[in-house]
Write a protein that binds this ligand. Structure first.
Ligand code: ADP
Ligand code: MG
Length: 240
């Protein structure tokens, strides 16, 4: 799978009079696993939704690879987003949930079948393709949501707290699966969480967001060992 970096230049977002994102610059290298971490309400989802094109920027530019996508349609950006709520179609089978976007894009039947079965294999869903979402466990539902992203072969995967509805044990297991998936696909992944452990274990690069800015970014251990301010220290740093 091809991989493409994501680059934000002075991106801002206001809702009415409220400045949520106050000027964010960031470079996510191609093939990297980037994690946005920060307290609830700091704008992680908003930032991710702007990269996906689900939310307009108020200012600044977003590049995917060397393409300026700031005003491009979500469907043209080569990104696929996985939501916390799974957002599956309850009346469709697992197979049809995963096939949905490819059917919309009028891909040939044989290609759809190949892609759905390949994704189902990767995600251990091959025996569940005829089931409806209600017949699946929480972990399986989240795998279907990830499968819907995989079949589109995106350059960039965007995950918004995908594991936060799962119990602790399953969360650990899915975390390992996501790490394996990243290795296997080699795609660029941007992952939002408020969970420090998830951030530390999954990330190549962590971006700590607070107050509408990136407080610090870097490799997990660098942030842990050498937090640049008290907020980062409290959020991710080593106890001192
Ligand atoms: P996070 O994902 O970090 O918890 P969000 O990006 O969801 O934070 O939200 C950041 C801030 O922006 C919050 O104060 C939230 O209430 C506000 N916000 C998000 N979306 C909207 C919207 N569509 N309209 C108005 N305010 C919004
Ligand atoms: Mg959020």
């Amino acid at each position: 799978m091809k991989a493409t970096g994501v680059h934000l230049k002075a991106v801002k977002k206001s809702f009415g009079a409220v400045d949520v994102i106050r000027g964010v610059d960031m470079d996510v290298e191609r093939g990297h696993f980037a994690v946005f971490v920060g307290p609830s309400g700091c704008g992680k989802s908003t930032l991710l939704r702007m990269i996906a094109g689900l939310e307009e920027t108020s200012d600044g530019e977003i590049f995917i690879g060397d393409r300026d996508v700031t005003h491009e349609d979500p469907a043209d950006r080569g990104v696929a987003m996985v939501f916390q709520s799974y957002a599956l179609y309850p009346h469709l089978s697992v197979y049809e949930n995963m096939a949905f976007s490819l059917r919309l894009a009028k891909r040939p039947k044989a290609e759809i079948d190949d892609k759905v079965r390949e994704a189902a294999g990767i995600l251990q869903l091959a025996d569940h393709l005829e089931k409806k979402p209600a017949q699946l466990s929480g972990g399986q539902r989240q795998r279907v949501a990830i499968g819907r992203a995989i079949v589109r072969a995106p350059d960039v995967f965007l995950f918004d707290e995908p594991l936060s509805n799962l119990d602790a044990e399953l969360r650990v297991q899915m975390r390992l699966e996501l790490a394996r998936l990243h290795q296997k696909l080699g795609a660029t992944m941007i992952y939002v969480t408020h969970d420090q452990v998830e951030a530390m274990t999954l990330a190549d690069t962590i971006f700590v967001l607070q107050g509408g800015h990136v407080q610090q970014s870097g490799a997990p251990l660098d942030l842990y060992d050498d937090p640049s301010n008290r907020f980062v220290a409290g959020f991710i740093g080593s106890p001192s």
